[in-house]
Design a protein around this ligand. Structure first.
Ligand SMILES: Cc1cc2nc3c(=O)[nH]c(=O)nc-3n(C[C@H](O)[C@H](O)[C@H](O)COP(=O)(O)OP(=O)(O)OC[C@H]3O[C@@H](n4cnc5c(N)ncnc54)[C@H](O)[C@@H]3O)c2cc1C
Length: 479
């Protein structure tokens, strides 16, 4: 059996290129793919296209394709030893894979991560500086997730963070949360949790960095490829990512219901500033800021500030350097949005200065008195957090044998992502066990309406605010 650790494939290309157009013909047992370009197959899957057509990527073009496509219908019985493709190695994709393994189902996780798995639980290490540059901590409210987090704690993957957090109002007014629920962090930065989770798996293969650019049905299986390079064939596919990438992938996949649900999702944009200081951040009347993290109120360019050095240190004495992660508000993110993979240096500089000025204002410091950081880097999370949700654990299309998991199905947090992944893994295991002969029983979430999501700019944390969907999510797990 292939393991996560010994099967890291590499690929240097990251240029979106979509192999071929297609149309589908239904057959009692098989779904055929008919295409002048991809019409023949080999043992390893469809023959490599001789000609490539990259489809238009404008929103209009993607929408047109999304709504025109015909439904793929697989009718062949599911194989005895099915293999599931999971596109996305964030919290939801990884927990989907682990739940499938628990149920005896093999999977392959594809992820674009160059530095590692984890998606938005990312950690950046530069020399001795460590920054969690998206998720800062997580809270637990659902009993299924609670059980899992207890297990992670016992294994030493995560621990509770004891630092003070609270609200910081412009001008340096800090209000600590007096009875906040336990907050968990991964011991050496959030990304290490992703690696730890798969450390004992034996039925999960990881392929990264890999950007799946097309999924095509052929001979009763999904054939995945990366810019024309065949990446394997699978009985079932999981979309464990969202945003522009997912909309493009789904716009020609033959999964109109899944594609429509994905297109309903709205996402915020948030800037992150990673900054390291020689000295502790000053605070009026104190030697340094009296908190490890703070939700900032009343400042457009900063909504959260977290002392990552203090959070990740096991001793009282921390730094230098003092590594802080700052996040903007979503409205600041929207107003200053640029292509996240190609940030103009003028924009990066402007955003950095505006965010540092915001920090100064939040801390109640005199203008220009904040010392220049010894290291600073901005990053845009173009698809940061969902702003609406269908409020269901997962989506599954049994005809097309494809499901979706991700934070946005239940909320905007690691807990929501974990519950969604667990739930889809379980649902797919049940479906595969049924042999695929009773598809109607397994359709989930294909027509659910969406409602707006409330919460902090960087997620929902029960106890710090209430999330009904997560508390009530029924995640039935079978060992
Ligand atoms: C700035 C910020 C701060 C946050 N802070 C917190 C916090 O403090 N606490 C908290 O609980 N939550 C927080 N969140 C939210 C939390 O990070 C997410 O809810 C969670 O990580 C989502 O997990 P996911 O698996 O749904 O998606 P993701 O983590 O986004 O995983 C999707 C993965 O799929 C990959 N992918 C995409 N397209 C493809 C493709 N075509 N082929 C292969 N791979 C692909 C991506 O690279 C990514 O690795 C924060 C988010 C942001 C942006």
């Amino acid at each position: 059996m292939q393991t996560a650790s010994n099967h890291l494939l590499t690929s240097s290309s990251f240029v979106p290129n979509f192999p071929c157009s297609k149309s589908f013909l239904k057959h009692p047992n098989l779904t055929f793919l008919i295409s002048p370009i991809c019409s023949s197959s080999s043992k390893d899957g469809p023959k490599k296209p001789t000609r490539r057509r990259s489809y238009g990527s404008s929103r209009k073009s993607v929408l047109r394709k999304t709504f025109k496509q015909e439904q793929v219908t697989f009718t062949a019985p599911v194989s005895d030893d099915p293999l599931v493709a999971i596109i996305g190695g964030g919290m939801s994709g990884l927990l989907c894979a682990l739940q499938l393994e628990k149920r005896g189902v093999r999977s392959t996780v594809f992820d674009t991560g160059i530095h590692g798995l984890g998606g938005r639980m990312g950690t950046r290490s530069i020399d001795e500086m460590v920054f969690d540059h998206a998720a800062q901590f997580f809270t637990v409210s659902n009993s299924a997730f609670c059980e899992l987090v207890d297990e992670w704690s016992q294994k030493g993957f995560v621990r509770q963070s004891q630092g003070v957090i609270g609200e910081l109002e412009a001008g340096g007014q800090f209000f600590p949360f007096l009875s906040s629920p336990p907050r968990y962090i991964a011991v050496n930065g959030m990304r290490t949790l992703a690696d730890s989770l798969l450390s004992q798996s034996s039925m999960i293969e990881v392929v990264r960095p890999c950007w799946i650019s097309s999924m095509e049905p052929y001979n009763g299986m999904w054939h995945l490829s990366e810019n024309g390079k065949h990446r394997g064939q699978f009985d079932t596919t999981v979309i464990a990512h969202n945003g522009k990438c997912a909309n493009r992938l789904l716009s020609t996949s033959g999964l109109p219901l899944i594609a429509r649900q994905m297109k309903r999702l709205d996402l915020s944009s948030i800037w992150a500033l990673l900054a390291a200081f020689e000295d502790p951040l000053p605070f009026p009347g104190e030697t340094d800021a009296p908190f490890e993290g703070a939700f900032v109120k009343g400042i457009d360019s900063v909504s959260w500030m977290g002392n990552n050095t203090q959070k990740l240190s096991s001793s009282q004495k921390v730094g230098p350097p003092h590594c802080w992660t700052f996040f903007s508000t979503a409205s600041f993110g929207k107003r200053n949005k640029v292509p996240q993979e190609n940030i103009p240096s003028a924009t990066a500089e402007k955003v950095k200065l505006l965010m540092l000025a915001g920090v100064e204002n939040a801390l109640g410091l005199e203008i220009g008195s904040l010392k220049t950081p010894i290291y600073a880097r901005v990053q845009l999370w173009g698809a940061a957090l969902p702003t609406n949700t269908p409020g269901i654990p997962c989506i599954f299309d049994p005809l097309g044998r494809t499901g979706i998991c991700g934070d946005w199905l239940l909320g905007s947090s690691l807990e929501a992502a974990a519950l969604s992944g667990l739930s889809l893994g379980n649902h797919i295991a049940d479906f595969l066990k049924s042999g695929g002969s009773r598809p109607d029983e397994f359709a989930v979430g294909l027509h659910e309406d969406f409602h707006p999501l409330q919460g902090h700019e960087i997620g929902q944390f029960p106890g710090l605010e209430f999330n009904k969907d997560i508390c009530e999510a029924e995640v039935q797990l079978q060992a």
